[in-house]
Write a protein that binds this ligand. Structure first.
Ligand code: PXP
Length: 248
């Protein structure tokens, strides 16, 4: 059984298009949790294009007392403090999610579009992972399905990897799909063998999720974009159930 963590960035994006707090991400997190979501994910960025620091604080207050739901905060560990954005690691240290997923994204990227190159950034990441461990949270690294890189993730102390599934999703329906799927399968098997858990995310949807979730020991998927779009037509409660059914 793979856990479903719902990424609520897009609810915040709609909210930010007006003044005020409508729609409220916390109210939608409650709907997801009521329908059996196993986790809530957010991705705060220095430009606050969607999730803002106060969203992270309010969602932490909602989710952390719940024993059966995890709070996952993902983002760039090197993102600095700007204005009322306290810096990614400071925000994580303040709000203490169950899991922190480190992602090598920049403000100039529309969305995360690659995993870490640990040959160049591993040395800088290691003390950050140690700090997060000392605070008591699980650390996951956003990774491409590259076996040599996954070995490095183990060496610098990651508890889990999150496989970047964007290329897998883009290959859906093409003859590139099967080779890409096999790469992810091999990456997941290596990670498991090394003692790291495996998560996955990006562009997963109601069509491509079941195949990806056939990967043994896939612990969690985080899904936001397609989930939000599906919620527009199906309603959020039913959308959670549809995604959960594919993971069951
Ligand atoms: N994982 C990471 C690291 C992400 O940045 C995102 C997008 O915020 C996701 C998973 C979820 O991707 P999507 O919104 O395409 O489902």
């Amino acid at each position: 059984m793979t856990d479903l963590s719902i990424n609520l960035n897009k609810i915040a994006l709609i909210r930010n298009s007006r003044e005020g707090n409508y729609p409220d991400v916390v109210e939608f997190a409650k709907v997801c949790i009521d329908q059996g979501a196993n986790g809530i994910t957010v991705h705060p960025r220095p430009d606050q294009r969607h999730i803002r620091p106060d969203d992270v604080r309010r969602l932490a207050a909602l989710v952390k007392p719940l024993t059966n739901v995890e709070f996952n905060v993902e983002g760039n560990p090197f993102a600095p403090a700007i204005g009322d954005y306290p810096g990614f690691i400071e925000l994580v240290a303040e709000t203490m999610p169950d899991q922190c997923t480190l992602v090598p994204d920049g403000d100039d990227q529309l969305t995360s579009d690659h995993g870490f190159d640990l040959t160049s950034s591993g040395e800088q990441l290691q003390p950050i992972i140690e700090r997060l461990h000392s605070l008591g949270m699980r650390v996951s690294l956003f990774m491409d399905p590259d076996l040599a890189q996954i070995e490095l993730a183990k060496e610098i102390g990651a508890d889990r990897i999150e496989l970047y599934t964007g290329p897998y999703a883009a290959a859906w329906g093409s003859d590139q799909l099967e080779p890409l799927f096999q790469q992810h399968l091999a990456a997941a098997e290596l990670s498991t063998r090394l003692g790291m858990g495996v998560n996955a995310g990006h562009d997963l949807n109601l069509h491509n999720l079941a195949k990806f979730a056939s990967i043994p020991n896939l612990l969690e998927v985080s899904i936001g974009h397609a989930f939000t779009v599906d919620s527009l037509s199906l309603g959020m409660a039913q959308t959670v159930q549809r995604y959960k059914a594919l993971l069951g």
